[in-house]
Unconditional design. Structure first.
Length: 258
């Protein structure tokens, strides 16, 4: 799915990013070649100045792509780390609620098992609409989880305080993970990359004088592949490189009903 407003907001299809970038850059190359053919041939001093501008522009494009790639990798690593933290919080709280009296412990453990299944479903969902529905169910279940340990606060002890704090950690961990999924590469970064890529392709097409040369199309292909990888890393749900809930799934093995 591709969100556009009016240039780019969040791009959720790496393949669409690749095709759009490739098509736009190829058109820019062709346009640059067309413009060159409509003007006089470079003079010697103009060729040197043009080469300087072209090299500087290509260098700036490489820097922007490198910085944006670093942003995408950082966000991907953050989502992985928070999935691990969420699994640890749920697994720890599952053990802690066993310290509560039996009439409180058993319902809380059952709710935690249901909550864990919902969190795994959230990470594995491909459809944004399904993910939104899972989010609503998660919010409702969080209220039930909090209510399940709240009666223990009527007779506070160090143990009940530990259990209540652990449930708070479970709820907070989900909030941090959700915030990381919303933390995407800004629209301005995407816009600048696309404009720089088109400008560089225009300059490459304008500066190439050999008739029928295919080397001018190497830059659009390479840059489009880079855009594909950045979009894939930045997209938490619809890309090829995704955060799999392996830590949450591992916690399931320890949550066998008594």
């Amino acid at each position: 799915m591709l969100g556009l407003s009016p240039m780019f907001t969040h791009i959720d299809s790496p393949l669409v990013v690749f095709l759009l970038a490739l098509a736009a850059q190829i058109l820019a190359v062709i346009a640059g070649d067309y413009i060159r053919k409509r003007r006089q041939v470079f003079r010697q001093d103009e060729r040197h100045d043009f080469a300087t501008v072209q090299a500087a522009t290509l260098t700036l494009l490489a820097l922007i792509i490198g910085f944006t790639f670093s942003m995408a990798v950082t966000r991907y690593d953050q989502r992985k780390s928070l999935e691990e933290a969420e699994a640890n919080a749920i697994g720890t709280e599952y053990l802690r609620v066993e310290l509560l009296p039996g009439d409180l412990s058993s319902p809380a453990r059952d709710l935690l098992r249901k909550y864990l299944d919902l969190r795994i479903a959230f990470y594995e969902a491909d459809d944004p609409a399904a993910a939104d529905e899972i989010g609503r169910r998660t919010s409702n279940l969080q209220s039930e989880l909090w209510s399940s340990v709240l009666p223990a606060a009527s007779s506070p002890t160090p143990i009940t305080a530990l259990v209540i704090a652990g449930m708070n950690d479970v709820i907070n961990a989900q909030g941090y993970a959700q915030a990381a999924w919303w933390n995407r590469i800004p629209r301005g970064a995407w816009t600048m990359m696309f404009l720089m890529a088109i400008s560089c392709s225009l300059l490459v097409g304008y500066g190439e004088q050999r008739k029928g040369s295919i080397i001018v199309f190497f830059l659009p292909v390479v840059v489009s592949i880079a855009f594909f990888l950045i979009s894939d890393l930045d997209n938490p749900r619809g890309g090829v490189i995704r955060v799999h809930p392996q830590n949450l799934q591992a916690v399931v093995q320890s949550m066998t009903p008594q």
